[in-house]
Design a protein around this ligand. Sequence first.
Ligand code: AKG
Length: 270
Amino acid sequence: MPNTIPECSADTDLDEMYRLLDAAGCLVVHDMAGADEITAVRTELDAHMAAAAVKADDPKEFYPGHTRRVIALMHRSPAMRELMMHPTIGQLNDRHLLGNCKKWQLNVGAALEIGPGARDQILHREENLFPYWEPPRPNLILATMWAMSDFTADNGGTQLVPGSHRWDGDRVATPDEVVRAEMPAGSVLVWLGGTLHGGGANITADEWRYGVVLTYTLGWLRQEENQFLSIPLADVLALPADVRMRLGFDRDYGDGLGFYDPSVLLNETR
Ligand SMILES: O=C(O)CCC(=O)C(=O)O
């Protein structure tokens, strides 16, 4: 497996995009968000980011210190909701997840700023949330990282281990197997739920790396971030049905899971 993260443009043919992603377990797609969208997301999240605690590092903690982390993005940022629904990401989700479910949904969203002095995060797999299968697991998660600033090898660019989505759980990555995602703002790093990855160390003097991670999972699995308690219900009910569905508010994710009586809240007849 070449020790690089493949890259492509946003208009690359979907078959080719998924082929690159499936082969390496990760892929950078350029020019997915424009300057206006980045500004909108950053503006909507600004006050929350400013209020986020920046802690000193505790090497035992999963999340390194010198970072800012904000969740509940689907409530806090309408612009991020739009990016959550991006059609190219939707098509990649269709390819990766629909073999194992009828509908996929958002799993978690977090805005992550990595500041000077932050260490490498411990390498992990998104699918470790579901330890009842041993790696390599069935397709359970697809992850995306939207670059809201330039990502470099020095400022915290995500660490990835290409090819590790096919490894057994006990294989440990050697330092030369780890690569750091470098991409301009507006790009999206996509990786599979079985790919080893982690936030990168920031060895710059004064640059903060800003990314938004959105991961998606099978409709019949419990979501990592509890969307039912992350957005006021009145706001959920005002969202378009397709967005509500991707947030986990929908009937029939398959095999009878998630049913409800729509006349109670939605004022709809059955
Ligand atoms: O910040 C990153 O680049 C990756 C973040 C991550 O993997 C995590 O927060 O679990």
